[in-house]
Write a protein that binds this ligand. Structure first.
Ligand code: DGL
Length: 265
């Protein structure tokens, strides 16, 4: 039996995680739900965003989801525990990959740079994670709110984005860093542009693969072969929903997913 797996984000960022799931489990059926009425979450208050998340989760459960992947670091940090206590289905969250990043650099004295939303970075969950794993104080974190805004506008112009990254990184000595963590699911849309600007020794990590591995374990999904027909028409098994219910929002999700597929992100 295929499962009805829901992916949830404030906007189109969670497609970066759904895309990874589609590549590995092309035969499951997916719901993608974006809170397009309220994106971005990362610049709003925790109480306000929590209310939005609960309303979306209700709508997703009504659609008949067998599991929910909270494909949003911000929503996970605010509400994953509450959601788990509210619903009897598996709820898979994600958090910035700080732990693997710190471990990767344990022996080379390099620092770790975490990009995530301001709201994620301000939460106790994130700060406890960093205190737990960063015993040598080698983690630096900051938010890139413009990337969420531009991503939602499907703005992927490499010249504009390169200039933005340059200005954000201008004060850092990049030689000191070993790993950059993309701790917001919108940011990996821009990984190829960032890759071109960083010194080769810096690795870029995001949480997509780890989250899909976790989903696989929780649901007991077996390895699936990608048949040619599924490869060509992967969208057939994804239903798109948004809090606005506007068809333009669904079109945007389709275009963004296609963008990820074409670039194998
Ligand atoms: N994609 C989200 C995350 O992973 C939230 C971005 C936003 O709405 O600000 O944190």
């Amino acid at each position: 039996m295929t499962k009805n797996i829901a992916f949830f984000d404030s906007g189109i960022g969670g497609l970066t995680v759904l895309h990874t799931a589609l590549q590995q489990f092309p035969e499951e059926s997916y719901i993608y739900y974006a809170d397009t009425l309220h994106v971005p979450y990362g610049t709003k208050s925790a109480d306000e965003v929590r209310r939005y998340i609960f309303a979306c989760a209700d709508a997703i459960v009504r659609e008949g989801a067998d599991a929910i992947v909270i494909a949003c670091n911000t929503a996970t940090s605010l509400a994953v525990n509450a959601l788990r206590s509210m619903y009897g289905i598996p709820i898979i969250g994600m958090e910035p990959a700080v732990k693997p990043a710190v471990e990767m650099n344990r022996d080379n004295d390099k620092r770790v740079l975490v990009f995530a939303t301001a709201l994620t970075l301000s939460q106790t969950k994130y700060n406890e994670l960093v205190s737990r794993v960063d015993d040598e104080h080698r983690v630096d974190s900051f938010a890139l709110p413009e990337l969420v805004e531009w991503c939602e506008q499907l703005e992927f112009d490499p010249v504009k984005i390169t200039a933005y990254f340059r200005s954000k990184l201008a004060d850092l000595d990049l030689e000191q860093y070993g790993t950059v963590v993309m701790g917001c699911t919108h940011y990996p849309f821009y990984t190829p542009i960032l890759r071109k600007m960083l010194p080769n020794h810096i690795q870029i990590l995001d949480g997509s693969q780890g989250t899909v591995n976790h989903l696989q374990q929780r649901l007991g999904l077996g390895v699936q072969q990608q048949s040619e027909s599924i490869k060509l028409d992967q969208e057939g098994n994804v239903s798109f929903f948004s809090s606005s219910g506007r068809t333009e929002d669904q079109d945007k999700m389709r275009i963004a997913l296609q963008y990820l597929k074409e670039r194998s992100l």
